[in-house]
Write a protein that binds this ligand. Structure first.
Ligand SMILES: C[S@@+](CC[C@H](N)C(=O)[O-])C[C@H]1O[C@@H](n2cnc3c(N)ncnc32)[C@H](O)[C@@H]1O
Length: 294
């Protein structure tokens, strides 16, 4: 039985704050490595992100900016990297953002003349998108609550699909997700997404020196699962090696144009969880896959 409370009117900000307090009550999860099926993974993600969206936006909102497209904790901006294509190609482009959170990237895309849809599995994350739009008073970003594994769009609906640390690391069947993205893209269109660099799975997720010694096998694809006292997953992340990701993309009908491993920039001192200047100068933290549909 779901424990999610009734959802308030998204324009009632005090009711939203009360809901956030209610949802962020601590649970007693233990961390394990075990299998987690697609339905269990999606359910865990939806509840975890609903419970933790307020904290996430509170902690990272300033870095993310309200209308900035940053790919990763290293701070690589799309405005500089241009992985999605030229500025001209964005004008009038129909773009789907997966795992959009508060839709900061989609808001940047809209400012470039694109027509974005920000999709996320978490209602609470999307309420933050609404909050930002209400505060700014501009045209709201179109948002949609859905699981990225099952996209509610017709074939060939989009000119571009992108994701900054969105649904991909949390989905159990990413080979199917790649096929689903391929289906909703028009021929020749790009699919660009960032994820935790796979090498990081061999190291503890710690920003300090303890995060510099490999303690797990890079080749162990067993998901990272936090589970409650009944053994139900409350948080799930799925690992793929670099080769797995390439095979999933090409198997779905994509051509890999680039694999970007952003370096930690000089002068960037802001940590993000296990991402820190110390580790960032030694090992990659992010992998960005730039793919094109056949
Ligand atoms: C690390 S956050 C990134 C959010 C945003 N892209 C950003 O850069 O702030 C991951 C997001 O993916 C969403 N997510 C996780 N699993 C998903 C799924 N299966 N389908 C759609 N969204 C999902 C979460 O709700 C969360 O908002």
């Amino acid at each position: 039985m779901s424990t999610t409370p009734d959802l308030p009117d998204p324009t009632d900000l005090s009711a939203l704050a009360a809901l956030g307090d209610q949802l962020s009550e601590d649970d007693d999860s233990e961390a394990v490595r075990r299998e987690a099926a697609p339905a269990e993974s999606s359910r865990a993600s939806r509840h975890w992100w609903d419970r933790n969206a307020d904290e996430y936006q509170d902690e990272h909102g300033e870095f993310l900016g309200d209308a900035r497209f940053t790919w990763c904790p290293e701070g690589l901006d799309e405005a500089d990297a241009r992985l999605l294509g030229s500025p001209d190609s964005l004008k009038g482009a129909k773009v789907l953002e997966l795992g959009a959170g508060a839709a900061q990237c989609s808001r940047w895309l809209a400012a470039q003349g694109a027509i974005p849809v920000a999709l996320d599995i978490s209602y609470r994350q999307l309420q933050h998108s609404r909050r930002i739009d209400l505060e700014a008073g501009g045209e709201p970003v179109a948002v949609l609550q859905a699981d990225a594994a099952v996209l509610p769009f017709a074939d060939g609906s989009f000119d571009l699909v992108c994701s900054a640390y969105g649904a991909v690391p949390f989905s159990a069947d990413t080979a199917a997700l790649m096929r689903e993205v391929h289906r909703v893209l028009r021929p020749g269109a790009r699919w660009v997404f960032s994820v935790t660099h796979p090498i990081r799975w061999a190291f503890p997720d710690e920003p300090g020196v303890e995060g510099l010694t490999a303690t797990a096998s890079y080749f162990d694809r067993t998901p990272y699962v936090e589970q409650d006292e009944h053994g139900h997953a409350t948080y799930v992340e799925h690992h793929r090696t670099l080769g797995d990701r390439v095979r999933e993309l090409t198997g779905a009908g994509f051509r890999l144009l680039d694999l970007v491993e952003p370096e930690w920039p000089d002068g960037h001192e802001q940590e993000w969880g296990g991402w820190s200047p110390l580790r960032g100068r030694l090992i990659p933290g992010t992998a960005i896959f730039v793919a094109q549909r056949d």
